[in-house]
Design a binder for this molecule. Structure first.
Ligand SMILES: CCCCCCCCCCCC(=O)SCCNC(=O)CCNC(=O)[C@H](O)C(C)(C)COP(=O)(O)OP(=O)(O)OC[C@H]1O[C@@H](n2cnc3c(N)ncnc32)[C@H](O)[C@@H]1OP(=O)(O)O
Length: 191
């Protein structure tokens, strides 16, 4: 098996501040796509809601909220573990998007620290710990039932900045066209 490179923040990484056009501290982060499993208001989605938060070091940071529902169980009465990882992917992807976009998740590690009962609310935080070229190093925490409640999970991830061509080449053409991308542009990216 090939070992993945480390998620450890390199010494040369710099503080990743919010882009000048990103939402300000306290503002709600808009749903980034009407079909997103993480943030859109879909019957089967996670329905995460996120806000921009302040950070002592001036780095991009957010806070998010997710209510745990019946259909999200793994063990009886408890959240399926993969959904915590999915929630972190959304939260960490959203905080990265305050700095630069588009980016994709390259690596994401989740530590499960305590069970998460259905019916409770997760309060998640995400922060961009640093940037080095295309690489954005991020971390997150999930608290139970209050923004400062017990920590039930933590995550570290690496996101990579990509060009729009990444989606033009890989997304289904019909989905791109539904977003208004001209068919000619999609064909050119795939030629
Ligand atoms: C119009 C519609 C708009 C639509 C816009 C909407 C945006 C929505 C965004 C949604 C986000 C997601 O859902 S993301 C979904 C899940 N993620 C994905 O599908 C990504 C799938 N993976 C990939 O496409 C690729 O592997 C990439 C892009 C991540 C990397 O490929 P690459 O660009 O060729 O980069 P590569 O040369 O391999 O690596 C660059 C550097 O990163 C390091 N690196 C690469 N992968 C890893 C890794 N897993 N763990 C550690 N380190 C890694 C390498 O060692 C290297 O370091 P060094 O040698 O330079 O030091």
């Amino acid at each position: 098996m090939v070992a993945s490179p480390s998620l450890e923040l390199p010494a040369e990484a710099t503080v990743a501040e919010r882009h000048e056009k990103a939402p300000a501290v306290g503002e709600r982060i808009p749903v980034h796509s009407a079909v997103c499993f993480g943030c859109a208001d879909l019957p089967h989605g996670l329905r995460l809601e996120s806000w921009v938060t302040d950070d002592e070091a001036g780095a991009a940071a957010i806070s998010s909220r997710m209510v745990l529902r019946e259909e999200q169980q793994g063990a009886p009465g408890l959240l399926h573990g993969g959904l915590l990882t999915a929630a972190f992917d959304e939260v960490l992807g959203s905080v990265v998007a305050l700095v630069t976009r588009p980016c994709v998740t390259a690596r994401l590690e989740t530590d499960f620290r305590a069970p998460m009962p259905i019916g409770s609310t997760l309060w998640l935080r995400g922060r961009v710990d640093g940037r080095l070229g295309r690489k954005l190093y991020v971390s997150g925490r999930a608290h139970l039932d209050a923004p400062d409640g017990p920590v039930v999970g933590t995550a570290s991830a690496l996101f990579l900045k990509v060009e729009m061509d990444h989606f033009l080449r890989n997304s289904r053409p019909e989905d791109l066209e539904a977003l208004g991308v001209p068919a000619e542009r999609i064909r050119a990216a795939r030629a």
